[in-house]
Design a protein. Structure first.
Length: 283
C-alpha cells in the first residue's frame, strides 16, 4: 500500500484496547484525581476510517477514544488533527504533530518514528453474499484458488495473503475502497471480499442495510495486521509520550475495560454520529 495505513482494523478481536462507554467506563475522572490537572497536550494526526477513526462519529471513533482515554490516565489531553492519510504521515514526519495513528509498521518508518509497544489488530474475514457460503470451512488459502476475491488498494493484509497472491494461488481484483467491493459482491462480480470484520459490519450498516441478511462472512479469520501509534522522532517529547500512552493502555487492560470495549464496538457504539454519551466517572 502507499504508506500502509491501518485500514483494516476490527471485527475485531483486538490484542489490546479500550473504550469507556455509556455505562460509565471513562477514566477521565480518574486522571483528574490521579494528576490534579491536565499537564500536557499531545497533537496526533489521523484520518477518516469509521468506525475506527472519524471526525464525524461518536468519540471520533474507537481508536481515537482509546488513545484519549489512555493518555487521560496520566493527565495528558489529546488533540486529534484530521487529514488525508498520507498527509497525516507527513505531518508527523515534519514535526507538525507529535504522533500519528494508526499504522502498520514498515521498516522504512523506523528512521522517522518510535512505534507504541502495544498494537491493535483486527481480524480479517471473507465476506460472501447469499444465504449459504460457497463452502462451510477453509483450511488453507488454496481453498480459495477457484474463487474471485475483492481487495482495496492502500489497505493492509497479511503476509500470508500477499504471498498467495504473488504465487498466483489466489485471484484478486482491486478497487479503491471497500464500498465498491461490497457492490461488486452483491452484484455477483466477486465470490468473496477480504475485509476487517468490523469495517465490513459498519459499511453494511451504513450503505447496504437492505442486503444485510445476505452479507455474511466465514467465521474463521485469515489473521490480523498489527498497527501502532507512531511517535515522531523529530519531537523531543516522543519517548515521554510513548511511555505515558503505554502506562494508560496497561491500566485499561488490567482494569478489564478491554472486554467492555470489544462488546461496545461489536454492538455499534461508534456507528452513531457525534453524540457522545460517555459518563466520566471514576473507575
Amino acid at each position: 500500500m502507499r504508506y500502509t495505513v491501518f485500514k483494516a482494523s476490527v471485527g475485531m478481536a483486538f490484542s489490546i484496547g479500550v473504550m469507556m462507554i455509556a455505562s460509565g467506563f471513562s477514566i477521565l475522572g480518574h486522571a483528574e484525581a490521579h494528576t490534579g490537572k491536565v499537564k500536557d497536550v499531545i497533537r496526533i494526526s489521523t484520518g477518516e476510517y469509521p468506525p475506527l477513526t472519524s471526525k464525524y462519529i461518536r468519540d471520533n471513533g474507537f481508536l481515537n477514544h482509546l488513545i484519549k482515554e489512555a493518555f487521560a490516565y496520566s493527565g495528558v489531553e489529546v488533540e486529534f488533527v484530521f487529514m488525508p492519510w498520507l498527509r497525516s504521515m507527513d505531518a508527523a514526519m515534519n514535526n507538525e504533530v507529535h504522533a500519528t495513528s494508526f499504522w502498520a509498521m514498515k521498516e522504512e518508518y523506523k528512521q522517522y518514528f518510535v512505534p507504541s509497544q502495544y498494537s491493535l489488530s483486527g481480524d480479517y474475514v471473507f465476506y460472501y453474499f447469499g444465504d449459504t457460503p460457497p463452502f462451510d470451512q477453509w483450511e488453507s488459502l488454496s481453498d480459495f484458488s477457484s474463487y474471485k476475491i475483492g481487495v482495496a488498494r492502500g489497505h493492509s493484509y497479511t503476509n500470508e495473503f500477499w504471498n498467495a497472491v504473488k504465487d498466483r494461488t489466489l485471484t484478486v481484483e482491486y478497487v479503491n475502497d471497500n464500498t465498491q467491493n461490497l457492490k461488486k459482491l452483491i452484484a455477483g462480480r466477486l465470490d468473496f471480499l477480504l475485509i476487517d470484520r468490523a469495517i465490513g459490519q459498519y459499511l453494511i450498516g451504513q450503505h447496504f442495510y437492505n442486503q444485510k441478511e445476505q452479507l455474511n462472512y466465514l467465521k474463521k479469520p485469515i489473521g490480523n495486521v498489527p498497527a501502532y501509534v507512531l511517535f515522531s522522532k523529530s519531537n523531543s517529547r516522543a519517548l515521554r509520550y510513548k511511555a505515558l500512552y503505554e502506562l494508560g493502555v496497561q491500566y485499561l487492560m488490567e482494569s478489564g475495560q478491554l472486554k467492555k470495549m470489544r462488546a461496545a464496538l461489536t454492538e455499534g457504539y461508534y456507528d452513531s454520529q457525534n453524540q457522545s454519551v460517555v459518563s466520566h466517572a471514576t473507575p
